[in-house]
Design a protein around this ligand. Structure first.
Ligand code: HEM
Length: 439
């Protein structure tokens, strides 16, 4: 009897402990699957690729649902209208960013300034940094060489590399290096190319390279004319001396890492997706090449202005982004992936079709629901740079080379690998020189 009594006692205790740590959705909180004590909804989601589960929950609970990671709630917004309402109409309430585990991890607990400072609700300070970076990226202080020239310089290296090594390549590192070098040229111009080992796991390696950057910081101090974002930042530091501002050399390193991180994988994953689709749809690739050939008339690289005369190529690039979206705001998760397939927003929601971005006359036209860079006051800070980079890389590589899906590679697999951004599974690419370009 004593034995049974103690069992009942133990179970009652467990029951009360569970009751105490039970997670309950607050009143008026968006619905979702019932959270378990301690785990929340973690067991309801396939962490390797949660997109399918998000789609299932959206069908079951509607456009706004919530999930718990442990005891922390996250709200998911799953239609263009609700995302727009949150990020634009109610921007004031939704533009802060939480200091999230992942961000902490990435920046080794220092917290990326954009996230950390807004979490502390020092919005003024955070916006200060945002404004500064935006101004600098818009080329108000990067010295004589324009952003476009920097990007083209990097692309010319790529074209000569491919000229020398045409054949079958793994493009993962190639595009990663392009994106990383372009943002590198903007952030720390005189450092030229970051050593390639940094690309593999650049956060860890960057930490090891911090001494280099700190050395660069000292060097730039005496340089006079700003050549890159570091120089501009140092000028800003000078101007703000003793005004109690959050601009500091420590913060500079954090900001640079944040910008480098935000600007590398996003762009390189988009390029990887672009070339995957261009190889899988050789007729689309050929149509782009024809259009680009006609506009370039033998010129060996595109310029950003040319996009106005290349509506089809522009539509293809946008259609690529239409397939690669992600939203990674943590407490409010804007499910940009779902709205890309939302019925009613797209002519062809379920297929890769550049006509999504072309009107009846074949002119380029962008649907309102196309927000790969998010929207509202916290829209992507590198949008201008990324757009220019995507266009120049694609419109310069296509007239030089033919990209062919290798015969022995089976069918292309479009299932994305889930991460901070979505990326295609690793693939190989066969590259042949096109003879149309006049040398
Ligand atoms: C194709 C390339 C890119 C895509 C698709 C992309 C997408 C995005 C998206 C969706 C956000 C908002 C995230 C959120 O709501 O939490 C964002 C923010 C941001 N992006 Fe990008 N991005 C790209 C390239 C870049 C580049 C090249 C840079 C660097 C110059 C950059 C810097 C940033 C920064 C700093 C933020 C945070 C802005 C803030 O919090 O105010 N991005 N990006």
């Amino acid at each position: 009897i004593f034995h049974v009594g103690s069992l009942i006692l133990v179970w009652t205790c467990i029951f009360f402990v569970f009751l105490l740590i039970r997670i309950q959705r607050p009143k008026n909180f968006p619905p979702g699957p019932p959270p378990l004590p301690l785990f929340g909804n973690l067991l309801h989601v396939n962490m390797a690729n949660p997109l399918k589960d998000f789609e299932r929950f959206a069908e079951q609970y509607g456009n706004i649902f919530s999930l718990y990671t442990g005891s922390r709630p996250a709200v998911f917004l799953n239609s263009f209208e609700v995302i727009k309402e949150a990020l634009v109409t109610k921007a004031q309430d939704f533009s802060g960013r939480p200091l999230d585990f992942m961000i902490n991890h990435l920046s080794e607990n220092k917290g990326n300034s954009y996230y950390k400072l807004s979490y502390q609700l020092s919005n003024q300070i955070s916006l200060d940094h945002r404004r500064f970076a935006l101004m600098t990226l818009r080329n108000f202080g990067l010295g004589k060489q324009s952003m476009e020239e920097r990007i083209l310089e990097e692309i010319s290296h790529l074209v000569s590399d491919l000229d020398r090594n045409a054949g079958t390549v793994n493009p993962q590192n190639m595009f990663h290096n392009v994106a990383s070098n372009v943002i590198g040229l903007v952030l720390f111009r005189s450092q030229q190319h970051i050593p390639s080992e940094v690309h593999q796991d650049h956060y860890r390696d960057f930490k090891d390279h911090q001494w280099t950057m700190e050395y660069e910081v000292k060097k730039y101090c005496v340089s006079g004319e700003p050549r890159d974002l570091i120089d501009c930042y140092l000028d800003e530091l000078d101007k703000r001396k003793n005004d109690g501002s959050t601009f500091s050399e420590d913060q500079l390193i954090i900001d640079i890492l944040g910008l480098h991180f935000a600007g590398t994988d996003t762009t390189s994953n988009t390029l990887l997706t672009a070339f995957l689709y261009l190889m899988a749809h050789p007729e689309i690739q050929a149509k782009c090449q024809k259009e680009i050939d006609e506009v370039l008339e033998g010129k060996d690289h595109a310029s950003y202005e040319d996009r106005h005369n290349m509506p089809y190529t522009l539509a293809v690039i946008h259609e690529v982004q239409h397939t690669t979206l992600m939203g990674y705001r943590t407490v409010i998760i804007t499910n940009l992936t779902i709205i890309l397939k939302e019925e009613g927003q797209w002519k062809f929601p379920h297929e890769f079709n550049p006509d999504n971005f072309l009107n009846e006359q074949g002119q380029f036209e962008k649907p309102e629901a196309f927000i790969p860079f998010s929207t509202g006051p916290r829209v992507c800070l590198g949008e201008g740079l990324a757009r220019m980079e995507l266009f120049l890389v694609i419109a310069t590589l296509l007239p030089h080379f033919q990209f062919v899906w290798p015969n022995d590679a089976g069918d292309p697999d479009y299932t994305p690998v889930y991460g901070v951004t979505l990326t295609p599974k690793p693939y190989r690419m066969h590259i042949r020189r096109r003879e149309t370009v006049k040398q």
